[in-house]
Design a binder for this molecule. Structure first.
Ligand SMILES: Nc1ncnc2c1ncn2[C@@H]1O[C@H](COP(=O)(O)OP(=O)(O)O)[C@@H](O)[C@H]1O
Ligand SMILES: [Mg+2]
Length: 260
């Protein structure tokens, strides 16, 4: 099995008022190398918990989380994590924020410079490299956080509602930018969103989760070609898949609870 990321019968519980709350109840999912997978589902169904286990920030109670066939034992430079709340250092410029992880990794100066400039260029922030975060719009701050993850050159990008706080137009721009770098740099992406259109536009597969307990409800193939374009976004085929995902997110009660 040559999956890049594997979840094997993953169970995760949290203590809740003296009892046990099951956040993930036997989740199994394989993500191929260079695949783009999105995850949608109702609030509280365990999306962030799932992603944080791939990031190495949490461990399963039982089951296994593997990257390149090896159990995840903590965070690592092979996996870049991007959250909705861009945690930039306010006293550092865009360039210094992006460089930060490379400094931590003791990457030599010239190489650090090259990778920082490249990452800033990829997200379209070259003209703002010396700006402080407070002078940037929300979209630009999020681009900076994305550049910081790109700079470390991770093979895997783990993104948890990264565009959730942005306006619709910025969101569409960042989606196209992300798809552009994904296809150039050949990364594997696991991307959580609550936006069904975004989930379908980006992914080759959409994982629909269900809540109480958190589990995989359905996996829907997005049989649309890359590069994705506005024409695809407006096509009847796109609408058809989008409606299917929408129905399986918002009408889960009507379906059997454990449909594969
Ligand atoms: N550290 C924690 N302690 C207790 N409960 C948690 C913790 N993290 C998550 N949960 C619970 O687990 C469930 C899944 O959370 P989460 O993965 O954040 O869901 P989602 O991202 O799909 O909204 C929620 O009901 C949440 O309250
Ligand atoms: Mg979440």
């Amino acid at each position: 099995m040559n999956s890049k990321i594997s979840f094997r019968d993953v169970v995760k519980t949290f203590p809740l008022k003296g009892a046990t709350f099951t956040a993930l109840d036997g989740v199994s999912l394989d993500i191929a190398d260079q695949e783009f997978v999105t995850v949608v589902g109702p609030s509280g169904c365990g999306k962030s918990t799932l992603l944080s286990m791939a990031a190495g920030l949490q461990e399963p109670d039982s089951g296994r989380v593997l990257v390149d066939g090896t159990p995840v034992s903590g965070p690592g430079p092979d996996r870049g994590v991007i959250f909705q709340q861009y945690a930039l250092f306010p006293w550092l410029t865009v360039r210094q924020n992006v460089e930060f992880g490379l400094r931590l990794a003791s990457v030599p100066t010239a190489e650090r410079r090259r990778r920082t400039d490249q990452a800033i260029g990829l997200v379209g922030l070259s003209d703002f490299a010396d700006a402080l975060p407070k002078t940037l719009s929300g979209g630009m701050k999020q681009r900076c956080a994305i550049a910081r993850a790109y700079a470390v050159d991770p093979q895997v990008l783990l993104m948890d509602e990264p565009f959730g706080a942005l306006d619709a137009l910025t969101r569409v721009q960042l989606q196209d930018q992300l798809l552009g770098t994904w296809s150039q740099e050949k990364r594997t992406v696991l991307f959580i969103t609550h936006d069904v259109d975004e989930a379908v536009y980006l992914a080759s597969r959409v994982v629909v989760m269900a809540a109480k307990p958190g589990r995989i409800h359905r996996v829907i193939d997005v049989d649309l070609p890359y590069p994705r374009t506005e024409e695809i976004r407006l096509s009847p085929e796109f609408r058809h898949i989008r409606n299917e995902v929408w129905t399986s997110v918002y009408h889960q009660e009507a379906a059997p609870p454990r449909a594969a």
